[in-house]
Design a protein around this ligand. Sequence first.
Ligand code: TEU
Ligand code: CA
Length: 541
Amino acid sequence: MERKWWHNATIYQIYPRSFQDSNADGIGDLRGIIQRLDYLEKLGITAIWLSPVYQSPNADNGYDIADYFKIMPEFGTMADMEELIQKAGQRGIKIIMDLVVNHTSDEHQWFIEAKKAKDNRYRDYYIWHDPVLGHEPNDLKSLFGGSAWQYDEQTGQYYLHFFSKKQPDLNWANPKMRQDIYKMMDFWIDKGIGGFRMDVIEMLGKEPDKLISTNGPKLHAYIQEMNQKTFGQHDLLTVGEAWSANPEIAKLYSNPARHELSQIFQFETTFADQAGDDKWHTKELDIPYLKRTLVKWQKALGDEGWNSLFWDNHDLPRAVSQYGDDRIYRIESAKMLAIVLHLLKGTPYVYQGEELGMTNCPVQDISEVNDIESQNMYAEEISKGAQKEDLLAKINKKGRDNARTPMQWDKSLNAGFTKGQPWLHVNTNYPVINAQACLEDKNSIFYTYQQLIAYRKQHDLVVYGDFTEIETGLDGVFCYVRQYQGQKLLVCANFTNQLQKLSLKGFPLLKAWIANYAEGVLDLSQKVLKPYEAFACEIKD
Ligand code: TEU
Ligand code: CA
């Protein structure tokens, strides 16, 4: 496989609203990110994926874009953006822009025009439908609740929105619309960015008449065209968000021979605590499922694709809260998760604060919730007679605000995030969990991440090595070996808060190069793993 810069890279996701405020208005901004570049350089990351910073009315915190060529004034100016690209670049850090082109804001000029009349030249940039028997054209649902169709009084038609009604869906079947998107992408490529993270890319080929939302028949033709017309000639990282992807679908996107994307985000692992399709319907973490799913993806792609590796992002609960223990074994389990993920094959992503072991942030009342998805779910369920307490419990477990509370920098007021009133409450655990405390403790979670990120840059074994699961007979334990040109790496992890008796035959006495407990010589034929214990060892033949 041809080598790419993003093969041994680690990407850090920034949710700009919550990263660092520089002017005391309570909202994170681009100058705040510039101020924190030293911190990111110290962590060792290769690139930043910046959640959207474009002009937006913020119905969905920037995932509703009103102008792709302008920076949201709350976040700064285009000059700030250029400075960020340049200053990050000086530190060897690329900027990956979030590309949200499944939909725009209803305040985008195209939609404002489109709404004016049926014969407006922008009408077909969106998807319109006559009422059927005085009602919505069909039963398609919005992912944020309710119908996916919104009636427009003035022109007497419905428009499609798979997200909020302030996020009308773009019509990818329209070649003029596609050309305008490609021009916009070139504008950003010319600014020297390192790539694109592509929001809900799986939905571009939608065919609402046939009730098709994801994986429509034209999807891959559109992505191939986009590749050819824009980033194909540049050495960029492109990563598509694909909730419905299985390994076969992933290969369609990321097989280099198909000239589409570098990789996708698949979400199968994130369903390990979900009972059925509904994200709000949870169950206890299913560790065997989690292991099976990780193994499946490690083995499936081969040379026909490339994995992304992540535990969390701005839509998911905090990793340590979902997969570890965010109370007694917070530090141990956060390090365990880092060790397991970062030694797999693929490109790892770290979501801001994950490297500090930041946790979910419970609320007492719906008035504290900012996220539109949680708000809509709450309103819908309350109207059906659900109990407030049950709904808040769901939101505290899975709600998107958990990951969106401000970054915890130090123990000063508002965790050092802002000198003003933060737009979203700061987690009260910030006096204990913060970057300064981590940086001052050489055994902190931060340094586990730093070590893993550096190791990947230096060892082809982690980047290109084969993957084999080692069967331990223990449901709660995950063990694997990576192998490359006669070198071997063994990784062992306990996903539970219980002791686990490991007895693996055929391994020599080992010493760990990274671990979350102090380790001496390891005898794997009789090793009792402590709660959430994890380590990795190089094996010399
Ligand atoms: O997410 C896509 C998506 O399908 C989510 O709405 C997902 O169902 C939900 O977040 C699970 O909790 C992307 C962005 O990552 C998300 O932040 C946006 O809200 C959404 O697209 C619309 O742009
Ligand atoms: Ca600010």
